[in-house]
Write a protein that binds this ligand. Structure first.
Ligand SMILES: Cc1cc2nc3c(=O)[nH]c(=O)nc-3n(C[C@H](O)[C@H](O)[C@H](O)COP(=O)(O)OP(=O)(O)OC[C@H]3O[C@@H](n4cnc5c(N)ncnc54)[C@H](O)[C@@H]3O)c2cc1C
Length: 352
């Protein structure tokens, strides 16, 4: 790795940098250039960096947060820009709500802990999700019955070409299950620089999902609190999901597929044990993990690429798997689920 000064930028840009520490899959590959930014002005300067003579495509400048929702399949022939914009501030409050703004480069879980400690309720169920604040609206992160859209107030994002900050309301973001405008119609156009959440001063506890209430019982919690819920979620996640520091992964690799109710009825006739949940008007959400498990993938391992033994939805790198190997495994899983259930799995992880 070398550090260089380039003509059109004053900031330090590193050359030929290993991305292994920057992706939770722990895939070893190289980015041609790498730089981190802490301010919007620095980001703007880095966007001026001319990539010529290397390939210029829409993806030649990649914004990276914690790298916990990406799979790199080849060396990156552009510049990776690591978002390190920090800062947490209360922008307004009333009797009911607190409006708290966080820099996109803040660590998500640390931000959740900060809110939990201060009794700002609403994101305790989202404890221990890896990654950055700035990526939280990207795919409307969700867990244990809560999604970002439930607590989202607004965000600020820098437009790559207009070179100006634009504000987005909850409506503008068009949040859906693991989706937002930033993954679709505005893909690669905006860099989220801060997110403001509207949190509750009077908590309404959400313990109905998954094993939260069982875990609270196990913890012998006498008085329910957001601190107890956060700890319960941390305990459950730690027992179920692989720690990226030990086994490379990016959480759920696939989305839970949503299919029309009539297709679901047909499927249920053939597979009465299918795990599913109602999902909006005339649609049903299938548990992708169950579909994958039924195809025999749970615990599968080929070399260092595998399917996590405790949760089939999570693909893992046991050490030296390449991104291509993980990607090929995901292709095989998609084909077998299609063949057995006639359901097409969509990847949740961003492929680069
Ligand atoms: C063990 C584990 C468990 C997980 N559990 C969950 C879960 O329960 N629920 C859930 O929803 N997700 C989960 N995830 C996925 C992941 O943690 C989230 O999607 C997280 O929000 C990704 O944040 P990040 O900063 O790491 O994003 P990155 O991986 O760095 O980036 C993801 C995508 O967003 C883009 N991006 C990142 N930051 C910005 C920005 N500021 N502006 C514009 N684009 C940006 C990147 O270019 C990339 O396309 C899990 C992952 C792991 C490893």
């Amino acid at each position: 790795m070398t550090i260089q000064q380039f003509e059109n930028v004053t900031m330090q840009i590193q050359e030929n940098v290993s991305l292994k520490p920057y992706n939770t899959f722990g895939i070893e590959l190289i980015t041609k250039y790498f730089a981190a930014f802490e301010k919007v002005t620095e980001l703007e300067e880095l966007l001026n960096f001319k990539l010529i003579p290397i390939a210029i495509g829409t993806n030649s400048k990649l914004i990276l947060g914690g790298g916990s929702n990406v799979l790199f399949t080849k060396d990156y022939n552009g510049i990776v820009l690591k978002n390190e914009i920090k800062g947490i501030e209360i922008i307004k409050e009333n009797e009911e709500f607190i409006y708290i703004k966080a820099g996109a480069g803040e660590n998500w879980h640390q931000f959740v802990l900060h809110c939990v400690e201060n009794n700002y309720a609403g994101i305790e169920n989202l404890s221990l999700i890896p990654g950055s604040v700035g990526a939280s609206p990207m795919q409307n992160i969700g867990a244990y019955g809560v999604e970002i859209k439930d607590v989202f107030y607004e965000l600020e994002a820098f437009h790559k070409h207009d070179r100006a900050i634009q504000k987005f309301s909850v409506k503008d973001c068009e949040f859906r299950y693991r989706e937002s405008v930033f993954k679709n119609k505005y893909k690669d156009q905006f860099i989220i620089t801060s997110v403001t959440y509207r949190l509750n001063k009077r908590p309404s506890f959400n313990t109905s999902y998954g094993a939260i209430s069982q875990e609270l019982e196990k913890m012998a919690v006498k008085e329910l609190s957001i601190q107890a819920i956060s700890q319960a979620v941390i305990n459950i996640r730690t027992s179920k999901l692989p720690d990226p520091k030990e086994v490379g992964n990016a959480g759920s690799f696939f989305k839970n597929p949503i299919i029309p109710d009539d297709q679901f009825e047909e499927l249920k006739n053939r597979f009465p044990n299918v795990i599913a949940f109602a999902s909006g008007a005339e649609h049903t959400k299938l548990a992708a993990g169950w579909l994958i498990e039924q195809c025999g993938w749970k615990g599968y391992r080929n070399g260092d690429a595998g399917c996590f033994p405790k949760q089939a939805l999570v693909l893992v790198n046991y050490g030296k798997a390449t991104g291509k190997e993980i990607f090929e495994l995901s292709e095989e899983i998609i084909h077998s689920v299609k063949k057995k259930f006639n359901v097409v799995l969509e990847r949740e992880v961003n492929i680069v």
